[in-house]
Design a protein around this ligand. Structure first.
Ligand SMILES: Cc1cc2nc3c(=O)[nH]c(=O)nc-3n(C[C@H](O)[C@H](O)[C@H](O)COP(=O)(O)O)c2cc1C
Length: 182
């Protein structure tokens, strides 16, 4: 199996890293320049090298020669987490000006599983319209809003809640959270 995870410049870089750590191999990571800027503020001391250590291969947003830039490259799912509203708007408009938006457009045209975890608050009509466009195109749209009912409300518990929902949608078995009714 191969999964591509892209981290863009929304707050909540920790969501992307947590999902990456829990994805089965093979894991391809794309990090936008905006993501590294946000990481500088909210993940103090976490370098690109450290984030990359959880992936089998890492690319920057300008790496158009990466294998994943081609529609002929086979992968099992694309996860965009956290997704900035900038990147959401570009994908919804059909723009593919960097490796993140290029892989997103491939995931859409090749009808691959595409899971998007966005973080913004509040949402404008334009944000909502863009997210609706993507949902109508088959993207699983997840707000980065973990539930609190599973009991573990520390940082790892909240991250695990979101990661668990992403893995469930990919069909990846996981026991990250205690499920309702267990
Ligand atoms: C500290 C910080 C936090 C940010 N948080 C968000 C956010 O939560 N959601 C969002 O859509 N944009 C956020 N932004 C703005 C994006 O980083 C900005 O729109 C950037 O151009 C996104 O680039 P990218 O989509 O290529 O990664 C934040 C920026 C900074 C510096």
């Amino acid at each position: 199996m191969e999964y591509i995870l892209a981290i863009t410049g929304a707050s909540g870089i920790a969501y992307g890293i947590h999902i990456l750590k829990n994805l089965p191999h093979r894991r391809i990571l794309i990090i936008s320049e905006g993501a590294m800027e946000v990481a500088r503020y909210e993940m103090k001391g976490v370098s690109r090298k450290r984030i990359s250590s959880y992936a089998d291969a890492t690319y920057g947003e300008k790496d158009f020669s990466a294998p994943v830039a081609s529609g002929s490259h086979i992968f099992d799912g694309f996860i965009l987490a956290p997704a900035s509203m900038n990147t959401v708007a570009k994908i919804a408009s059909g723009i593919s000006d960097n490796l993140v938006t290029r892989v997103a457009s491939i995931a859409l045209k090749e009808r691959r599983k595409f899971i998007l975890v966005f973080r913004e608050m509040p949402l404008s009509q334009i944000h909502l319209r863009n997210l609706l466009i993507l949902a109508e195109a088959g993207v699983y749209v997840l707000p980065a809003t973990p539930g609190f009912y599973h009991g573990s409300t520390d940082m790892d518990g909240l991250l695990s809640f979101v990661t668990s929902r992403v893995l469930d949608l990919l069909g990846v078995e996981n026991k990250l959270i205690k499920r309702w009714g267990d």
